[in-house]
Design a protein around this ligand. Structure first.
Ligand SMILES: CC(C)(COP(=O)(O)OP(=O)(O)OC[C@H]1O[C@@H](n2cnc3c(N)ncnc32)[C@H](O)[C@@H]1OP(=O)(O)O)[C@@H](O)C(=O)NCCC(=O)NCCS
Length: 337
C-alpha cells in the first residue's frame, strides 16, 4: 500500500501544471456556493457542513491549492478526449481532512463544466442528475467503510467529470475505444481473434463499457428497461455508424458464482446477458472490496450474512480465486456488417 507522499507524487507526475485560472477558481469559490452545490448533489447536511468547514483551511495551504487546481486543470483539458489515460490511484485517506475531502472540492468545481458539456450534447436532464449522483454514492461507501466523511475511489470522479460516463436507469455507461481507453477490458481478444471477429471487436472500435453502481436495482425487468433507455439515449448522445459492443469486466461475471448462487439471482441473470471471453484475470482484491467494503479484514472475520459472502470466503479458504471475467453483447443490436 502506497503512503500519502507516494500517492501525492504519483498524482503530481500524472497531472498537468495547475493553470492560473484554475488556481484563481479554487481561491475564489465562496464557502456558501460550495455548500449550495454539494447540497444540490444530495450530500447530507452534516457532511456539507464538514466539507465547507474545511474549505478555508485547505485554501490556506498552497500545496493543497496547487494539487486541487492541477486536478481541475487536467480534468478540464481532457474533457472530450476519451482516449486520455485515466489515473487509478489510492485515496488520500491518511493525509488529514484536506486530503480526505479533496474530491468533494474537485467535484463542486468541475460539475458545472460537465453539466454544460452533457447538455450541449443533448443528454436528458434526468440522466445528467443521475450521473452527478455518483458523488453522493461514493461518499456513502466511504462512510460505510471508514465511518468518516470522504469520497471512496476518488479517481472515479475524474472520468465522470470529463463527461465520458453517464448513469442511465440502473447502470453506468462509459464511452470507450476498445484496447485504447484505460478502462477497456483487459485481457481482450488476441490480435488474430480481433481480425477474425471483425467490426466492433477491433482495437480502436467504439464500445460502451458497463459499470454496476453500488446497490443497483438489477432485477431482469429493471435491466431490460435500463438497456432500452440506454440504447435510446446513447444512440443520439454517442452515435456510431458501425457495430458497437457493450462490454463489462467484473467479478459479477465470474461463472464460478453459478455454483453458489440460485439461478434466479440478479447477478446470474445479469451475467447471462453476456458472452464471456475465455481469458480472465484473477481478482480476489476487487471481489472482496465490492462484496465486503472492509479492507484489511482477515477472511475469518468477514461477515457471513449472505449467500454471496459465504461463497466468496469459502472459495478463498479452500485456496481458490475469484476472477474478473469479461463479457460482451451487441449494444445497438446491429449484426455484423
Ligand atoms: C450489484 C448488486 C446490487 C447485486 O446485488 P443483488 O441484486 O442482491 O444480487 P443477487 O440477487 O444476485 O444476490 C444474490 C445473493 O448475494 C447477496 N449479495 C449480492 N450482492 C452482494 C454484495 N455486494 N454484498 C453482499 N451480499 C451480496 C444477496 O444478498 C443474495 O444473498 P441472500 O439470498 O443470502 O440474501 C450488489 O452486488 C452490489 O451492490 N454490488 C456492489 C457494486 C459492484 O460490485 N459493482 C461491480 C463492480 S466491478
Amino acid at each position: 500500500m502506497l503512503d500519502t507522499p507516494a500517492v501525492i507524487l504519483m498524482m503530481r507526475q500524472f497531472l498537468d501544471q495547475p493553470s492560473v485560472e484554475a488556481v484563481e477558481r479554487v481561491l475564489s469559490l465562496a464557502t456558501s456556493d460550495l455548500a449550495a452545490t454539494l447540497g444540490e448533489l444530495a450530500i447530507g447536511p452534516d457532511e456539507v457542513s464538514e466539507v465547507a468547514g474545511q474549505w478555508d483551511e485547505l485554501r490556506r495551504d498552497e500545496t493543497w491549492v496547487a494539487l486541487l487546481a492541477a486536478l481541475l486543470t487536467t480534468v478540464e483539458r481532457q474533457r472530450g478526449s476519451i482516449d486520455a489515460p485515466i489515473p487509478i490511484w489510492p485515496d488520500l485517506e491518511d493525509a488529514g481532512p484536506s486530503g480526505r475531502l479533496l474530491y468533494f472540492y474537485l467535484f463542486a468545481l468541475g460539475c458545472p463544466g460537465v453539466k454544460e458539456l452533457l447538455r450541449s450534447e443533448g443528454c436528458p436532464e434526468h440522466v445528467i442528475d443521475a450521473t452527478l449522483g455518483v458523488l453522493a454514492r461514493h461518499a456513502a461507501i466511504h462512510r460505510r467503510k471508514w465511518g468518516t466523511t470522504g469520497v471512496d475511489a476518488g479517481w472515479w470522479m475524474l472520468p465522470t467529470l470529463r463527461g465520458e460516463i453517464v448513469h442511465i436507469g440502473s447502470l453506468q455507461f462509459h464511452r470507450v475505444n476498445l484496447c485504447v481507453g484505460t478502462l477497456s477490458p483487459n485481457p481482450w481478444f488476441s490480435e488474430e481473434e480481433m481480425a477474425h471477429l471483425g467490426e466492433g471487436f477491433r482495437r480502436g472500435d467504439p464500445s460502451i463499457g458497463i459499470h454496476i453502481p453500488e446497490a443497483a436495482p438489477l432485477a431482469p425487468d429493471q435491466l431490460d428497461a435500463t438497456f432500452d433507455e440506454a440504447r435510446r439515449v446513447l444512440g443520439s448522445l454517442w452515435p456510431v455508424h458501425q457495430r458497437r459492443l457493450a462490454t463489462c469486466q467484473s467479478w459479477m461475471l465470474d461463472d464460478q458464482l453459478k455454483e453458489y448462487l440460485p439461478a434466479t439471482s440478479n447477478i446470474l441473470s445479469f451475467q447471462r446477458r453476456f458472452t464471456l471471453l475465455s481469458v480472465w484475470a484473477e481478482d480476489d482484491w476487487d471481489t472482496l472490496e465490492f462484496v465486503f467494503r472492509s479492507p484489511g479484514t482477515a477472511l475469518e472475520d468477514l461477515p457471513q450474512r449472505t449467500t454471496l459472502q459465504r461463497a466468496i470466503v469459502q472459495v478463498l479458504e479452500q485456496g481458490g480465486h475469484w476472477r474478473a471475467r469479461t463479457g460482451w453483447f451487441d449494444f445497438d443490436g446491429r449484426e455484423p456488417a
